[in-house]
Unconditional design. Structure first.
Length: 504
């Protein structure tokens, strides 16, 4: 679905307000879908008297981490390194680091990718280390490191861990980290505006700024070094949207070709390590970390993948829905601007519109099983998952017919039980007898004035084998929910019918 002009205007207003409120000198955004940029906008002064556009160059800071992770995965695919290798194989100096306990494992590449290497969170310090060389980094390691946990046991956002991954990439590739990233990922995808230094950039490069009591102070540009893997890239809205679309396409039936396999891209976007709520106190959804990406679980939209970037003078954010392919990129040039806030709000607006439109389409075609299946996430699923979704919608029709029969006084209890057994697995009457289930359905429908012959008014699916829908009533509505057993026959293993009374 293409976002409406009204919603895009709301998105633009979010970023325009940032300039009006003095949050940053400039702010730029882009909305993309599976086919490319849908809309972009820019506000403020990028440094030459003009507003920024989709080709204006900003530092993307920690949004670099997904590119670092992807580059490492290409080397794993080539057999040059393994995810469960200890970091000491690539960085011998780490062997001199005292681990937190005698039985602590040496952090592996997988632990470092998922921010579970045991190292403390280190943004303020690490953001200033980009330009140090490998010898200086080795000296840091030989001097010792602190640990907040035993490696492999819990999440802690560690830039040092990603700097170590950069060393692993260089070791496995036999080339400097920056060249490996460019040769193996950026250039093959045509991301020619995504570079590691301002001197390489083709477009106008924005200068980062710090707010010093109401006056903007330019921040120096740091050059490539041992900590570039944590956030060293410069990029544009156009390029970062292209990168995000490439990653997101792995969840479709026709993933884009490219240097990182669809399976590895899907792995990047999996919830590998739970992020404790205390780490992200403003989060409104359960959050985890994959490989170089955060993964949020939304009740309606499913997985939302994202990453923020914060460097001295810059703020960046990219996020997208794996199911819908809709996403947002945003940059600002101010320290601690937290452009993630309007970007998150923008994607919520876009997804809200898309989900409402889908619910309307689903309700309008509720009696057409094939059309209803198309209106759900099935269009973006693998063939086997589409079969599951189709089976679930077929089961919904069977359950709808069953509930109508149960509401018919002419149908006796024995016949009602036989009808139920034709739709459900044997555990259903064992969990609650057919007679009790039938009585509860009839009483629930009567309580909210529901017409069991009416088309559903809404529908929600958490996974392909699950479906929840609502039947309208004069005093509320009836919620019906099913889950299928893992049997190819598509039998219902869970059936719940709950009256929801209208608010008085």
């Amino acid at each position: 679905m293409t976002p409406s002009t009204e919603v895009l205007a709301e998105v633009d207003a979010l970023f325009a307000a940032r300039i009006a409120d003095g949050v940053a000198p400039s702010s730029v955004w882009g909305v993309f879908d599976r086919h490319g940029l849908v809309a972009t906008g820019g506000h403020g002064d990028r440094g030459d008297g003009r507003a920024p556009d989709a080709d204006t160059v900003y530092r993307i800071a920690s949004c670099t981490k997904s590119v670092t992770a992807a580059t490492l995965l290409t080397l794993v695919a080539d057999g040059r390194v393994a995810l469960d290798d200890p970091i000491t194989r690539s960085v011998p100096a780490f062997a001199e680091v005292d681990l937190p306990s005698p039985d602590s494992p040496v952090p592996t590449l997988r632990m470092l990718l998922t921010m579970s290497g045991g190292l403390p969170t280190d943004d303020p310090w690490a953001d200033r280390q980009e330009s140090i060389d490998d010898d200086a980094f080795d000296a840091v390691l030989r001097a010792g490191l602190l640990f907040d946990s035993v490696p492999g046991t819990r999440f802690a956002y560690s830039n040092t861990g990603y700097a170590l991954l950069g060393r692993a990439i260089a070791h496995a590739a036999g080339a400097p980290y920056t060249r490996a990233v460019s040769d193996r990922v950026l250039r093959p995808l045509g991301l020619t505006d995504t570079v590691f230094s301002a001197a390489e950039a083709r477009g106008f490069v924005v200068t980062g700024q710090r707010d010093d009591d109401g006056a903007w102070t330019p921040q120096p540009m740091t050059g490539p070094g041992a900590f570039s893997p944590i956030g060293g890239l410069f990029s544009t809205v156009r390029d970062l949207a292209r990168w995000a679309r490439f990653l997101a396409s792995a969840s479709t039936t026709a993933p884009e070709d490219g240097p990182v396999s669809p399976a590895d891209r899907r792995a990047m976007q999996q919830a590998m390590r739970i992020v404790p709520p205390a780490v992200v106190p403003t989060a409104t959804r359960p959050t985890a970390y994959g490989f170089g990406l955060f993964v949020e679980q939304d009740d309606r939209a499913g997985e939302i993948v994202s990453h923020s970037g914060g460097y001295p003078g810059f703020s960046a954010h990219v996020r997208w829905s794996t199911e819908h392919g809709l996403g947002v990129v945003a940059f600002e040039n101010a320290t601690q601007a937290k452009v993630s806030a309007p970007a998150e709000r923008a994607l919520d607006l876009l997804l809200g519109e898309a989900l409402d439109a889908r619910a309307t389409a689903t309700s309008a075609t509720a009696t057409d099983t094939s059309t209803t299946a198309t209106a759900t996430s099935a269009t973006a699923a693998a063939p086997g998952l589409r079969r599951t979704t189709a089976a679930t919608h077929t089961a919904r029709q069977a359950v709808t017919t069953l509930l109508r029969a149960w509401a018919d006084p002419a149908v006796d209890d024995d016949t009602a039980a036989d009808l139920g057994a034709a739709v459900c697995t044997p555990n259903v009457p064992l969990d609650r007898p057919w007679v009790a289930r039938r009585r509860a359905v009839v009483e629930g429908a009567r309580a909210v004035g529901a017409d069991l012959a009416a088309a559903p008014v809404d529908e929600l699916s958490a996974v392909p084998s699950h479906l929840r829908w609502w039947v309208p009533g004069s005093a509320g509505r009836l919620r019906v929910e099913i889950r299928l057993a893992p049997l190819a026959a598509g039998r219902v293993q869970t059936l719940t019918v709950t009256p929801e009374h209208a608010e008085q």
